[in-house]
Write a protein that binds this ligand. Structure first.
Ligand code: AMP
Length: 478
């Protein structure tokens, strides 16, 4: 399968060639013809699968082929709603790159920065608007955004919207969209609240699923070190003493933790920067830029800040602290192994985190093997099969990951310069210990709104995704 056979037109094919994309990813193969046919789409896919191009390419084509106003002002014909600034910036860069040989105008708007340049650009007129919900609503309420000519609406990362507490804003935006439109809905997980939301947005959608959560986990060379909390710092330095590791993305659960790791590393002469919600937009973008161009070797991030980070050739993700929501682990390690490439994920697990690891293994269907090279590190002082119960502040499984960081964090995008991920370095081994029964395939099928909505949770809009929702959702679908 190649891009030509999906029915894409010359200007887009030319842009893809420039980007170095050789063949479509599974989500692109399935979604592009559906969108080009004008159908609504329910896409179950996470970042790293190539889902941005899966919607951006056909949207660009549909708008490009439409009669554009000759002299009149451009009107917003497509709206992409996405949860974080990083994703918004990245999506805009993708539209720019893929639409390089068309005349379409794109604009990205997000909070945390002055609105003046955004409102000026809106006044000049745009075809495709990419926005985070809060700033969009704000500008809509001030009368700067006119959506009455909207033809295509794309909701990206719906489950993250829920996760981050944006779902009410999303619903308010949707209420103001024209009824007659094409809608595309993307989510990595499908908890009941998200299924219900999709049924209110989509009309007679076709459903496309790809299997990245567990498949991604399967491709990534994962290992875990059980160790005492006090030994994590030494272990990190030991891992980083391997100078073949050019860059590593290190995750902590808290902003304070991220700062501390950065300080520890810097004191040992390792270049490190933190990226989290307490940093200014500019500081975060600079940190990402430094990391991308390898001026900084280690980027230490909290989950929300790292959402959607897309760094070509990122080989190592290190979980300095284990996330208490299993899906977050999959999102984290998905920062490496993008679009079919592979990577290495190393986790440090202290006594209180053993139960989180059990949840993760249940979700992915994989047993994470223990790393062998512990350096001089002593064995952990706890029973690794049991650990200890997490104290109350860690045990909140229902805790929202976006708490206190409503407007997320910035990300800078790799956009035009991005290399195809399938050209990235190969990893040494894969964890093929996932049960056969859990291996899922991609498929497309017609999804009636009512069946998409089936699911009965009384949960309110701001709840996090339900645990094991990937497994249960995919099992139901296949
Ligand atoms: P996404 O899932 O949209 O965040 O995309 C993940 C990464 O895959 C981005 O860096 C894209 O530039 C890259 N990508 C998307 N489609 C392709 C493709 N067909 N071939 C190679 N790389 C791709």
């Amino acid at each position: 399968m190649n891009f030509e056979s999906l029915g894409l037109i010359e200007p887009i094919l030319k842009a893809l060639q420039k980007e170095g994309y050789e063949k479509p990813t599974p989500i692109q193969e399935q979604a592009i013809p559906i969108v080009l046919n004008g159908r609504d789409l329910l896409g179950c896919a996470q970042t790293g699968t190539g889902k941005t191009a899966a919607f951006a390419l056909p949207v660009i084509q549909l708008l490009h082929q439409k009669q554009q106003p000759q002299n009149g002002k451009r009107v917003i014909q497509a709206l992409v709603l996405t949860p974080t600034r990083e994703l918004a910036i990245q999506i805009e860069e993708s539209f720019k790159a893929y639409g390089n040989f068309t005349k379409l105008q794109n604009l990205v708007i997000f909070g945390g920065v002055g609105q003046f340049p955004q409102t000026q650009a809106l006044k000049r007129g745009v075809d495709v608007l990419i926005a985070t919900p809060g700033r969009l609503l704000d500008l809509m309420n001030q009368g700067f955004v006119d959506l009455k000519h909207l033809e295509i609406f794309i909701l990206d990362e719906a489950d993250r919207m829920l996760d981050m507490g944006f779902i009410h804003d999303v619903k308010k935006v949707i209420a103001k969209l024209p009824q007659k439109r094409q809608s595309l809905f993307f989510s990595a997980t499908m908890p009941p609240e998200i299924q219900r939301l999709s049924s209110t947005i989509l009309t007679n959608p076709l459903k496309v699923e790809v299997t990245p959560p567990a498949t991604t986990a399967e491709k990534i060379n994962q290992s875990i070190y059980y160790l005492d909390k006090a030994d994590k710092k030494t272990m990190l330095l030991h891992v980083l003493s391997d100078h073949t590791i050019e860059r590593a993305l290190v995750f902590t659960r808290t902003k304070h933790g991220a700062n501390k790791v950065v300080k520890d590393l810097q004191s040992k002469g390792i270049t490190a920067e933190a990226i989290h919600g307490n940093k200014s937009q500019n500081a975060r973008q600079l940190a990402l830029k430094n990391f991308k161009n390898k001026a900084t070797r280690v980027l230490v991030a909290t989950d929300i800040a790292a959402r959607g980070i897309d760094v070509d050739d990122l080989t190592h993700v290190i979980n300095y602290e284990i996330p208490n929501v299993a899906e977050t682990y999959v999102h984290r390690i998905g920062r490496t192994g993008r679009a079919g490439a592979s990577g290495i994920a190393i986790s440090f697990c202290e006594a209180e985190e053993v139960s989180y690891i059990k949840d993760i293994q249940k979700l992915t269907g994989l047993i994470i093997p223990q790393g062998e090279d512990r350096g001089q590190l002593p064995k952990p002082s706890f029973d690794i099969t049991k650990g200890v119960p997490a104290p109350p502040e860690h045990s909140g499984r229902g805790q929202r990951q976006g708490q206190g960081q409503r407007h997320g964090a910035p990300r800078q995008g790799g956009g035009g310069g991005r290399k195809p991920n399938n050209h990235r370095g190969q990893h040494s081994r894969s964890n093929d210990n996932r049960p056969k029964s859990d291996q899922r395939t991609s498929n497309v099928r017609s999804e009636s709104p009512s069946s998409a909505a089936s699911g009965n949770s009384s949960s309110a809009g701001d709840n996090p995704p339900k645990k094991k929702s990937w497994s249960s959702f995919f099992k139901r679908s296949n």
